[in-house]
Ligand binder design. Structure first.
Ligand code: ZN
Length: 418
């Protein structure tokens, strides 16, 4: 297993034409370790809740990193103080029955998260504000924030936003891979439907502003993104997105979008999913296999697979697993992730980038296989000359500034309506 991994690593290095590995530099490494230990670190997107019910998975144990990318030992090893767990849902039928089922599913995931928190009171606690997260760290525990990925569980009933907020949700990603009743997604096989936010989506943004829930534009279409910026009274986030300039997928943000997000005071939390971090090298055989796959399952993008009903979804995922084994994509590296940060800093500025790794949602990089290896990212930033205050902004300062701005916008609005 190890040998195979190392072989992949070498293959990735040669395929990507990377410079030779950095020479060991104990002084720099000690400096990076110290910075990483001292700054508050938060990752705004992990799909760990999907693992909570799996037989054999134990948060308190160092689970096999090939299957599980986040547990307490890995958070500890990786110096990760806080993480947003996603209440994630693929897009299903937009019918009263579908919406009711989505709501039930969301409530079940919230319950699983709260049960996990209750089962591990000495290791973690729920955080809903930056201040709470800092207090939890001081008590020697890890802070767990909650975000909802996909507006589907809201259906057409915006009062549910209040219910999810009460359960701890502090952001909602408006869509996943397909359009929903709130907005267009960046990857719907049928293209745009509302030309951005729907009328209901506009009301949802206003309600999220009123509640103090961050609006998350990851996964949404470009026109949804610009609609949100036009309407939101508070800065917004991309909880797990990367820059299109380095990997041209619809799900990433263009330079113009990065600049607009920054002007609006928001933050892009870098998604570390390898194909989003760096365009994989051309592979015609894989491209042909993907085309056959897409035709078989009638999808345009692999994210659309998650909107297929069961059991087709499971079969399609199994097909995709075989395809990945037959035509593997060399993994991008921790250096490629730092290239993304460099690019976003150049375009949007140091005050508008953070980390939203998407671990347990398909992410692994060479040099950053799971959250336990997060210190490698800080080391790479130190090597590139980022100062401690810069690194602090990237690891939490920028996100926490947005959370506080969202809270201030809420208070201002509530005062105005009194
Ligand atoms: Zn996602």
């Amino acid at each position: 297993m190890r040998l195979m991994k190392f072989g992949l690593y070498l293959a990735a290095l040669s395929a990507f034409g990377l410079p030779a590995l950095a020479q060991p530099n104990p002084r720099l490494e000690a400096k990076a370790r110290k910075i990483h230990e001292r700054v508050f670190t938060v990752d705004t997107h992990a799909d760990t809740p999907m693992n909570l019910g799996k037989p054999g998975f134990d948060l308190a144990r160092d689970n096999a990193p090939t299957d599980y990318k986040l547990d307490f030992p890995k958070m500890k090893r990786g110096g990760l103080d806080a993480v947003f767990w996603a209440v994630y849902m693929g897009q299903g039928p937009r019918t009263p029955e579908g919406n009711a089922a989505a709501k039930q599913e969301a409530l079940t995931i919230f319950a699983a998260i709260h049960a996990a928190l209750k089962a591990h009171p000495n290791e973690m606690a729920l955080a809903t504000t930056p201040e709470e997260a800092q207090r939890i760290r001081k008590s020697g525990r890890r802070a767990i924030f909650i975000g909802i990925e996909n507006g589907y569980p809201v259906g057409r009933d915006l009062s549910l936003l209040q219910e999810y907020y009460t359960l701890g949700a502090r952001y909602m990603t408006l869509s996943h891979g397909n359009n929903n009743d709130l907005c267009d997604s960046s990857t719907d096989p049928n293209g745009p439907e509302h030309q951005g936010l729907s009328a209901l989506g506009e009301q949802a943004v206003a309600e999220m502003n009123r509640l103090g829930m961050m609006v998350d534009i990851s996964h949404t279409s470009d026109s949804t993104f610009y609609d949100v910026l036009r309407l939101s009274k508070a800065p917004v986030i991309a909880s797990h997105s990367a820059a299109r300039a380095l990997s041209n997928v619809p799900r990433n943000l263009s330079d113009d979008m990065l600049r607009a997000l920054a002007l609006h005071g928001g933050v892009i939390q870098l998604n570390l999913y390898s194909p989003y971090v760096k365009t994989p090298p051309a592979n015609p055989a894989r491209a042909a296999a993907v085309q056959t796959f897409n035709a078989k399952w009638n999808v345009k993008n692999f994210l659309n697979v998650y909107s297929l009903p069961q059991p087709q979804q499971a079969q399609a995922l199994a097909d995709m697993g075989k395809l990945d084994k037959q035509f593997p994509v060399p993994l991008a590296t921790v250096q490629d992730a730092a290239n993304q940060i460099d690019h976003i800093v150049r375009v949007a500025g140091i005050n508008h980038v953070g980390i939203g790794g998407d671990f347990d949602g398909g992410t692994e990089l060479n040099g950053l296989n799971d959250v336990g290896e997060y210190p490698n990212l800080t080391l790479e930033l130190v090597r590139r000359g980022y100062s401690r205050p810069d690194i602090e902004k990237i690891w939490s300062g920028n996100l926490f500034r947005v959370m506080q701005a969202v809270e201030r916008a809420k208070e201002k609005q509530n005062k105005a309506t009194l």
